[in-house]
Design a protein around this ligand. Structure first.
Ligand SMILES: [Zn+2]
Length: 150
């Protein structure tokens, strides 16, 4: 999921989630949406600070938290404990690259179906499973190349 959203799309998304579409929110969501990574607050801030010097780091943080509270973005913790933001709110897993600190979306409906089937047969006592998330930890082998799910 990496669709480019227009100003109008972002306004609509904000209003659909009960948020006023202030120019700050539009700018911040626009940056979050344009980054294919799972950025930290500081990374989002560094993308907007030159063009929008009136938006502070604290505002970026508060705005991202507002987005999380209405469900248009999620928080992801990296292995080192850094909080990152994820604009992909559909069900998906992550690949954590330990040597580069990258977090890459991992979507595999075939694996999801296998796991759902497996756990429907192999019961875990006294637990109603709501979600199974895949997390793959590893090291990038060739640092010049992207990690790609084939
Ligand atoms: Zn993600």
């Amino acid at each position: 999921m990496n669709t480019k959203l227009s100003h109008t799309d972002i306004k609509q998304l904000l209003s659909d989630h009960g948020l006023k579409s202030t120019s700050q929110r539009i700018v911040i969501y626009g940056v979050l949406n344009s980054l294919a990574t799972h950025p930290t607050t500081e990374e989002v801030y560094s993308c907007i600070r030159d063009e929008h010097p009136s938006i502070s780091l604290a505002t970026v943080y508060k705005t991202l938290e507002t987005f999380v509270s209405v469900g248009i973005c999620r928080k992801v913790m990296s292995k080192s404990g850094t909080m990152r933001y994820d604009r992909n709110v559909s069900d998906h897993g992550h690949i954590y690259c330990e040597n580069t600190e990258e977090i890459i979306d991992y979507e595999d409906s075939e694996l999801d179906a296998l796991l759902a089937d497996y756990f429907s047969r192999k019961k875990i006592s006294n637990l109603k499973i709501k979600e199974i998330k895949i997390q793959i930890n590893g090291d990038k082998i060739d640092l010049r190349k992207k990690i790609q799910v084939l």
